[in-house]
Design a protein around this ligand. Structure first.
Ligand code: T4K
Length: 379
């Protein structure tokens, strides 16, 4: 009689399991919030979080917002983008929704298959007289080609901003992400290395832009009863900011866990043929919150077979960001021919797997996960 199948992990291992800092410290901050009876609208915790983030990144302004998507939407509007904006299709759908939601046409440019970031040549090919801006994404936290994109923007008179949702705490040529383009936008969603449950921020050196974003975040109010700008409700709550302050104190532990896990995956997968683990520039600081694997041509198992084997074993790996935004319903009907301009995006989308990491994973688990990837048809 055959043995019943036992998964390699008794309970599910998620990609994006939240990292949670010192609970007692968080609960003390919550008590403080309740005692003060100030729950939102530019409270003390939000101000403290903004000041700490701005100081740690070396930027003049940090505007904390309720999530990364609203932060993108506000930044896009504050910058005055309109018409067409060039973006990668190889990103989380929010980058693109933040444009289209405001009546701006996202124009998809292809990526460099080595880095998964925008290809400057592809961006150049997509510039038209209607283009007003470029949104670079630091995908998986690896810096986009900031200098090349800035040159293209300068040459054509375009605004450049970055979706830095994955890149909090990272550097590019030794400078903190947050210092590039007209502004950069972070996500502090629960699944990020640094999280405020829900949250995000716009960071910039531009005083006027920061002021506009602050107004827009709070319905355009400048003091009581005085609305001087169109706006939305993009405010971060005090409890979210308190969680963020607590998690900032824990960030080095999260980064150490991610470094340990990435090294364990790299070692365990080094001799597995037909897979490529994306590496990070070791001269830069990186939060390593995404462990990204490509299943290469010639691997006897397909990407989807490997994902199925991982799921059978309770490893809930993801296919981020398959199939590419250009192929998602709202956009594929708008751009039926996008696929012909995005050959690298299409290929990468078919081979990508994102593996669990963070404080819920340890080196031994990474080794067991690598063993499933090496032999997906055995169990
Ligand atoms: N730009 C980029 C490049 C982004 O990647 C994102 C967000 C944004 C912009 C927008 O920022 P936000 O508006 O979200 O702040 C998740 C996140 O919700 C999303 O923030 C993130 N990127 C994206 C890459 O991942 P889903 O649709 O995969 O979420 P979901 O519900 O499937 O959860 C992901 C995994 O995390 C699951 O394995 C379960 C686990 N999880 C999740 C939560 C919320 C937990 O274990 N505990 C939790 O509390 O989008």
């Amino acid at each position: 009689m055959s043995q019943p199948f036992l998964p390699a992990f008794a309970s599910p291992l998620h990609v994006g399991r939240p990292n949670i800092g010192d609970r007692a410290a968080f609960l003390r901050r919550v008590e403080q919030i309740l005692d003060s009876c100030w729950l939102t609208n530019d409270g003390q915790m939000v101000c403290e979080l903004e000041a700490r983030i701005a100081a740690s990144l070396g930027v003049r302004h940090c505007v904390a917002v309720c999530n990364g998507t609203i932060a993108l939407a506000i930044a896009i509007r504050a910058l005055g983008l309109s018409g067409e904006v060039i973006v990668p299709s190889w990103t989380f759908v929010a980058t693109v929704h933040a444009l289209y939601w405001q009546g701006i046409i996202p124009v998809f440019a292809d990526i460099d298959p080595e880095t998964h970031n925008l290809s400057p040549d592809a961006v150049c090919r997509m510039v038209t007289p209607r283009t007003t801006g470029i949104i670079g994404v630091h995908l998986w936290g690896r810096p986009a080609p900031v200098d090349a994109l800035q040159s293209i923007a300068d040459e054509h008179g375009l605004k450049l901003m970055f979706d830095a949702a994955h890149a909090f705490g990272n550097t590019c040529k030794g400078r903190s992400i947050g210092n590039f383009g007209a502004c950069e936008v972070f996500s502090f969603h629960a699944t990020k290395a640094f999280n405020t449950m829900e949250g995000g921020a716009i960071v910039t050196h531009d005083d006027e832009l920061a002021e506009k974003a602050r107004l827009m975040r709070n319905f355009g109010f400048c003091g009581s009863d005085n609305v001087i700008h169109s706006g939305i409700n993009g405010k971060m709550t005090e409890v979210c900011a308190a969680f963020g302050l607590t998690n900032l104190d824990n960030l080095e532990n999260v980064l150490a866990a991610n470094r340990r896990n990435h090294a364990a995956y790299a070692e365990a997968l080094a001799d597995v043929p037909g897979v490529r683990l994306l590496t990070y520039d070791e001269r830069e600081r990186n939060n390593l919150q995404y462990v990204v694997l490509e299943v290469q041509e010639g691997n006897p198992a397909s990407r989807d077979e490997i994902i199925a084997a991982l799921h059978r074993n309770n490893v809930l790996a993801r296919k981020y960001f398959w199939p590419g935004v250009h192929a998602m319903r709202p956009y594929r009907e708008l751009f039926p021919h996008a696929v012909s301009t995005l050959p690298e995006t299409v290929k990468v989308a078919e081979r990508n797997i994102v593996l669990p990491t963070g404080m819920a994973v340890d080196a031994r688990m990474a080794g067991k996960i690598a063993a499933i990837i090496a032999r997906p048809r055995h169990g």
